[in-house]
Design a protein around this ligand. Structure first.
Ligand code: SF4
Length: 724
């Protein structure tokens, strides 16, 4: 057959299934078409991505029939023995027996669960219910603790409600000024760039605040390369100037907020020269930004992980929220503060019960009326419902300790890479009496397990996700999972059956969603009016949506905030700056983050041939002057050390970086795993580790590697939309 005929024969027929990308919180609309050569992803004109996909979305189907897919349960007969196949019934029996044995021996809280921000709402709900109603354990948290938890705390306490973006993404196009704080959307969610482009083409200004001159910063009208960890000092310095220039919206502050006086007094101490010293910027840069913000009629401040993954991250976020409130730029069209949620279901994943302190519908495990509501709904006595448990980091740290976890079920997460002090976490997971992991590949965490359960992927099951705007979307099943693979709801149902309460744990997504939406009724995240039929009809539904005829709530703060008196709260900043700063032994700042073609711990994207061709090994970016001084050249193998150990990576020379900074992507395992060296110190209010700034040094190990060129995407935004 000639090549043309061959291609035609392999082309899928039919229009395919309309569904959504498996990766980030934008949840771009895609079509999955199945043809003779296997499944393929195509973009579709969904309101969020408007037909644009990033390379990860284009390549997503490569993993559906990947040879590494797990297709049968694996078990380890003894610690140290290899994993070997076992039929499903025996693997599930073994898991249920281990749960029972551990809870009987060590107490009910000794068995824990660890979920993920990529799980569907249905899985999140069922996993939380499995913990609280089935196992009656307080020991459950999830990897979103390392991603979205500080934004959740800061927004909840300021606005009474945590919804990543309390406005539709389309508002970006209409805002006069957009500020991105620690967010590199050109690489993390490229389709969002079209809104920024529209905003600027309408005469708007884009300000990017980031220690790196990222590809997003290359588009900006102003880029502020601040010192890592000085985000709150910058916001306080800007508030000082807003006060000095009499740009405060006093009417808004009086009518719609509480607590400005204390914040005003605090900002007085951040005069421009002091704020400039703290941030490494110049007073004139601060004045220029303050002037733009002060004069803008509409303003959106969008926060990313840069300022949210720090030990003072709730303070950072609060400082920027304070600034927006003082300017009166919240709760109005084209105005607001929002956090650009990262993981696919980073929003829904924090609403329905897999968090350590949470019940479905954003209810609290510590609020009496919330406990009563869920106990009635689930038909359990109130004393049976556990209280809040430890957050992710202390939960993982307790593995194998006396009084800590002795058994753990991990679903949709790879804490061996994504948790701080990842080497120690691996050791602790090994110390567990029993570890069971549900995943579709043998991730670094699954490789440590006593039982591994092969799970279905995104296109092989249906379920809802809630994107970064609070828009609930339905991921349709496009194809059947490979033989031998179950979905997570079936796994939870089968375990519940073995433990004696199977009927309370349906295995069908639509049934679980129906229960979830009823459980959420009256809660802050009220999904009770949302249904699969409404979503299938293409309705654009943003929560809260409290009745079947309700149109949803794209902008929840237009009339009032979700606090008891309807007013937003200012919060003074308690601490300032990172826990660790450079010194003579570790003279540089180390910051970590994502690359365009990889996602989170890399379990998926490191297996995509297309994506791996573009970024194939751990790299660290170094400023050219610093590299010259250290005699490091592009492509050299280097060792990046901090007080916690070292990682090995290939040197990339990046003139877009501050000279005192290193940038280490966190997608890799083994000796390239960034969280071997990041600082595990936590933000006290949210439990967020300080992934984004610590002291480090870099040294050359040897020369030469397979991929020595300068980052091909840096400073070349036109490259970002190229299809792989
Ligand atoms: Fe998928 Fe996010 Fe890329 Fe869209 S931007 S294609 S949701 S990874």
């Amino acid at each position: 057959m000639d090549r043309k005929k061959d291609l035609a024969a392999r082309r899928p027929t039919g229009s395919g299934t309309a569904t959504h990308c498996p990766y980030c919180a934008l949840q771009c609309g895609i079509k999955v078409q199945v043809g003779p050569a296997g499944p393929l992803v195509r973009p579709r004109p969904f309101p969020v991505n408007r037909g644009v996909l990033c390379p990860k979305g284009w390549a997503a189907a490569e993993l559906l029939r990947h040879p590494d897919r797990l297709r049968t349960p694996l078990v380890r007969e003894a610690k140290g023995a290899p994993l070997s196949p076992l039929p499903w019934p025996e693997a599930l029996d073994r898991t249920a027996a281990a749960i029972r044995r551990i809870q009987l021996t060590y107490g009910r809280h000794s068995f824990g669960l660890f979920g993920g921000g990529g799980l569907t709402n249905e899985k999140v709900y069922l996993l939380g219910k499995f913990a609280r109603v089935g196992l009656k354990t307080r020991s459950i948290d999830y990897n979103g603790r390392f991603c979205m938890s500080s934004a959740a705390v800061a927004m909840k306490r300021a606005f009474g409600l945590d919804r990543g973006l309390p406005f539709p993404i389309a508002d970006i196009s209409g805002a006069e000024v957009v500020v991105l704080v620690g967010a590199n959307v050109s690489e993390t969610m490229p389709p969002l760039e079209q809104y920024l482009k529209e905003q600027r083409s309408r005469g708007g200004s884009l300000i990017v605040i980031d220690p790196r001159r990222t590809s997003t910063a290359c588009h900006a009208d102003l880029h502020l390369p601040l010192r890592p960890g000085s985000d709150a000092a910058l916001a306080l310095g800007l508030l000082h100037l807003i006060l000095a220039e009499d740009r405060v919206d006093w009417e808004f502050v009086a009518k719609r907020t509480v607590g400005f006086e204390e914040v005003r007094k605090q900002a007085i101490a951040f005069w421009p020269e002091r704020a400039a010293r703290l941030t490494g910027l110049s007073p004139s840069q601060l004045r220029e930004v303050a002037s733009l913000l002060g004069k803008a009629k509409t303003l959106l401040v969008l926060s990313g992980r840069g300022q949210e993954q720090q030990s003072e991250s709730v303070g950072n976020l609060s400082a920027w929220i304070n600034l927006c409130l003082a300017l009166g730029k919240v709760g109005k069209p084209f105005c607001g503060f929002g956090s650009l949620t990262g993981q696919g279901n980073g929003q829904g994943g924090r609403e329905h019960g897999q968090k350590a302190d949470q019940l479905p519908g954003y209810r609290s495990l510590e609020a009496a009326e919330d406990r009563t509501h869920l106990c009635r709904f689930w038909g359990i006595a109130e004393e049976e419902l556990p209280h809040s448990g430890p957050t992710a980091e202390p939960l993982l740290r307790s593995c194998g300790e006396a009084g800590g976890l002795q058994g753990l079920l991990v679903m949709g997460s790879n804490p061996a890479i994504s948790a701080p002090k990842s080497l120690e976490v691996m050791e602790r997971l090994r110390n567990l009496e029993f570890l069971v992991v549900s995943d579709f590949f043998l991730s670094e965490t699954a490789a440590l397990a006593d039982v591994v359960l092969p799970a279905a992927q995104w296109a092989e099951e249906e379920g809802t996700m809630t994107n970064l705007e609070g828009r609930v979307i339905l991921r349709e099943r496009a194809l059947a999972p490979p033989p031998g693979v179950w979905n997570d709801l079936e796994i939870l149902h089968a375990l519940a059956e073995r433990l004696g309460w199977g009927e309370a744990f349906p295995a069908e997504a639509i049934q679980v969603f129906d229960e979830l939406r009823r459980a959420s009724a009256g809660g802050a995240a009220d999904y009770s009016g949302i249904s699969y039929p409404r979503l299938r009809q293409g309705e654009e539904l943003f929560w809260p949506c409290p009745s079947p005829g309700h149109p949803g709530t794209p902008r929840p703060f237009l009339d009032q905030f979700a606090t008891p008196d309807g007013k937003a709260r200012f919060h003074p900043i308690q601490g300032l700056g990172p826990a660790e700063t450079p010194d003579s032994a570790f003279p540089l700042w180390l910051t970590t983050g994502r690359l365009l073609v990889h996602y989170q711990s890399g379990t998926q994207t490191r297996r995509s041939p297309t994506l791996l061709r573009l970024e194939s090994e751990p790299t660290v970016a170094i400023h050219p002057e610093m590299a010259k001084g250290l005699k490091i050249e592009a492509g050299d193998r280097v060792r990046v050390s901090t007080r916690r150990g070292f990682v090995r990576a290939v040197a990339r020379i990046s003139k877009g970086l501050r000279m005192d900074c290193l940038f280490l992507p966190f997608h890799w395992g083994g000796e390239g795993s960034a969280n071997r060296v990041t600082n595990p110190v936590l933000d006290l209010e949210s439990g967020m580790p300080e992934f984004k700034c610590c002291a480090a040094r870099v040294e050359r190990e040897s020369e030469g590697c397979s991929n020595p060129e300068i980052n091909p995407f840096e400073g070349k935004p036109e490259n970002l939309r190229k299809n792989p």
